[in-house]
Design a protein around this ligand. Structure first.
Ligand SMILES: [Ca+2]
Ligand SMILES: [Ca+2]
Length: 221
């Protein structure tokens, strides 16, 4: 029993390592740790080899700024929330009603990812932005209000799109657009992209748990 448990461990470890987690912070103040920090909102360029948050290693994931953002500022939120830290919340790339932004991510083909978008501005008025993902025929969007009274960031400032699946190219386009608000700005403080583990990973984990509980029961009896 112990032997089969040990032989399963490398399988589970390999599956976990292959599930990429990419965290991106936009603006001038960097988030430390394995975050990818991008400052220049006005530069149309490709950033290759984005770093995986868990391993600190460069991945094959790249981000291209296709349509530059209208600008950047340091008027975001003052606290961290969820995985986003204060240095990620405080600064943004922003769009306006006449100047939207577009990024593309080169990810793995036919693979599902969970996305989150932090959109926070130290203000009480609603400034709603749309975050729309496209990959082949698949199009999904979410809207977020950046209102953060006194700079307090909370769950309302985070938009999520879960289990978005890439097409054969693996390329995902993100359009950031201003939707509505008295002040005609939309904000992007940060993005998280987390690969959804393959069903085989869950099966391996479930198998390992089952083995573990059997071993515990045997040891106790
Ligand atoms: Ca930042
Ligand atoms: Ca633009």
């Amino acid at each position: 029993m112990k032997k089969s448990l040990l032989t399963l461990l490398p399988v589970v470890a390999a599956c976990s390592l292959s599930a990429q987690t990419i965290y991106i912070d936009f603006g001038d103040t960097d988030t430390t740790g394995n975050w990818n920090n991008f400052s220049n909102s006005g530069l149309a360029t490709t950033y290759s080899g984005l770093v995986d948050f868990n391993t600190g290693l460069a991945t094959s994931v790249s981000m291209t700024v296709n349509d530059t953002f209208a600008g950047k500022n340091t008027s975001g939120g003052t606290n961290g929330f969820g995985v986003y830290e204060a240095n990620g919340a405080i600064d943004t790339w922003y769009v306006t009603d006449t100047d939207s932004g577009q990024l593309t991510f080169e990810l793995a083909a036919f693979t599902s990812y969970d996305f989150s978008f932090l959109s926070a501005r130290n203000s009480t008025d609603e400034r709603i932005a749309e975050f729309e993902l496209t990959s082949g025929a698949s199009i999904v969007n979410t809207t977020v209000s950046a209102a953060s009274p006194s700079g307090v960031v909370d769950a309302s400032n985070i938009g999520t799109i879960s289990s978005f699946t890439t097409d054969a190219t693996g390329i995902v386009t993100l359009d950031v657009t201003f939707i509505s608000g008295d002040s005609k700005f939309g904000y992007l403080n940060g993005i998280t992209i987390t690969q959804v583990p393959e069903p085989s990973t869950y099966a391996a984990l479930a198998g390992l748990l089952a083995l573990g509980s059997v071993m515990l029961r045997r040891r106790r009896s």
